[in-house]
Design a protein around this ligand. Sequence first.
Ligand SMILES: [Mn+2]
Length: 398
Amino acid sequence: MKHSTAFLILSAFLVPIAAHDHHEDQMPLDYVKFPYQAIYPGDDDVTADSIFSGITTFARLPWVQCLTKDKDDLFDVAFLGAPFDTGTSYRPGARFGPAGIRAGSRRLTLYGGYNVPLQVNPFLSGLKVVDCGDIPVTPYDNKYAIKQIENGHKQLLHRPAFSPLGNDSLTGQPLLPISLDGKNHPRIITLGGDHTIVLPLLRSIYSAYGAISVIHFDSHLDTWKPSVFGGAPSEQAAINHGTYFYWASQEGLIRNGSSIHGAIRTTLSGPADYTNDDESGFQRIEAREIDTIGTDGIIKKIRETVGTRPVYLSIDIDSIDPAFAPATGTPETGGWSTRELRTILRGLDGLHIVSADIVEVAPAYDTNAELTTMAAADVLFEVLSVMAKTPLGKVKEN
Ligand SMILES: [Mn+2]
């Protein structure tokens, strides 16, 4: 800690002179490298200061106005808010999800952000990670809002990634993009918003990767037919946070058979809901399987289903038990603990996660201790860590 020693010695000389000037007693302004370098620290650096000050971005990452004045800026991973909640069936409020998750994420880089079990610091991995702010979303017109979300996501996704793919760590061969259009796309982690946003997000993903395998953590199926979920009184009402996967499947956006739900525990309109879910292309892991096959068994099932294919990851905060994450639109008891979901997410290490989201965080129902927004931020820390460890590249097939 040579900085601290030097500072102490310096202070000893300064104190008598500064007796009538308290500013001299304070830490020199440039000692804490504010705002950005303090979140990229290593050993021997001051980090644990001022984490509660300043404008709140995800994990205090640099704010880049990706959709407006900085639209030519490149990045490798972008956090992007989609504050939409007019597709909810029960408790609204997820439009404040992006702001809440950012508040819950402030402490992620307090000590630097090194992920012990995954042995990586995703903020120091060499990838350029930024917070792009929010897509402007109208609360008055769902059809228009869904288009805004698709366009906003596409604008970011079709920018080239900041970092080149590099070489394969095993063979030394140059890595080639895994996308369908052959381009090296950046990754986007979307902060919802209710789950309806995944329909426009998958439309955007399709434009780069084609039909995609989906890992979906949720207590609900979300493949419901509009006639079952909400009754579909109009064309627009038929698209909501319980039916978006049905529509995504109808549009051919989901890769059939290699997609999987985890943490399912909802009641059904009847057994036919599962038949319809099968037809939508999903395998299922029930929440209660944690008691029989454990996190290891769940990770194994997911990996066997997805294989080495490009995968999109969608996390409903209600996959976590309301004891740990109460602030959500349609809570269901009997869920996984935050620890269990984080373990399962770390078990996705090595998968090609092309983009991800967390949805249904409705901060108005949270405890004063910010349980839910903290859980959401920590869950995304695991996702970002997994992404940082695995580039979206493959070696040339012979
Ligand atoms: Mn749900």
